[in-house]
Design a protein around this ligand. Structure first.
Ligand SMILES: [Fe+2]
Length: 230
């Protein structure tokens, strides 16, 4: 992936100014995505080699964020700049894995894990089955894992709310994979889906923790990790 001089400089000079919390968040998010992706791949009937590869891809899918964390969380960056840096992480992750001689299927899954099924994703605006299967599975799991984890600006959504939010944005997902995801979520113990999450839980956030989510600008109140209602 070719980058401008400024982008290359940015990547090269990115400091190791990453807090312990950020690293733990990255690792635990990777574990949840890995576990869930592996289960979905199995449920889809993928062979064992594919399942093992996607488990690895889940672990490393956001590795590119390490290079841009200091910019994303810099108080000096404007929001539009932060968005641009965030959007670079999948390409940076691909480049990192290439230098480490990672399997090409895994590297491509990392590269395309933010592509949306309707073509609205990044970095290449791929559409439908032009997006590698591994990346389409990661996309669903990544969104679910993010919604069900605490963030500095909100508490985790419970599983039921997370699924409601994902249904609002279902055009982003391969429907066959999304339906398989629902099957897996309904069968797996909650701790296997959102386990290992490093809690940054802050009850004070519950009071004002209303976030606008998605294009519908639906107002949702984060409920915290209360577990799933049946
Ligand atoms: Fe990502």
């Amino acid at each position: 992936m070719e980058k401008t001089g400024k982008e290359s400089d940015m990547v090269e000079t990115a400091t190791a100014d990453i807090s312990k919390y950020r690293v733990e968040e990255l690792i635990t998010h990777g574990i949840v995505v890995s576990n869930l992706s592996y289960k979905i791949a199995q449920e889809l009937g993928c062979d064992e080699e594919f399942c093992k590869k996607i488990a690895m891809a889940g672990i490393v899918h956001d590795i590119g964020k390490i290079k841009v964390y200091s910019y994303i969380y810099s108080k000096d960056s404007m929001n539009i700049e932060k968005m641009r840096y965030i959007r670079m992480h999948s390409e940076i992750g691909y480049d990192i894995l290439q230098t480490k001689d990672f399997d090409e299927d895994i590297a491509r899954a990392v590269l395309y894990h933010h592509e949306n099924f309707d073509g609205s994703g990044y970095p290449s605006n791929l559409v439908g089955e032009n997006i590698p299967l591994m990346a389409r599975i990661l996309r669903v799991c990544d969104v679910f894992a993010a919604l069900t984890s605490d963030r500095v600006y909100r508490n985790a959504f419970d599983v039921e709310t997370a699924i409601e939010l994902m249904i609002d944005e279902v055009k982003n997902f391969d429907m066959k994979i999304f339906l398989t995801f629902l099957t897996v979520v309904n069968c797996a113990p909650i701790e296997q889906l959102t386990g290992f999450v490093v809690s940054n839980h802050d009850d004070s956030k519950n009071v004002s923790d209303k976030k606008e989510y998605g294009r519908n600008k639906k107002t949702i109140t984060a409920k915290g990790k209360k577990g799933r209602k049946r």
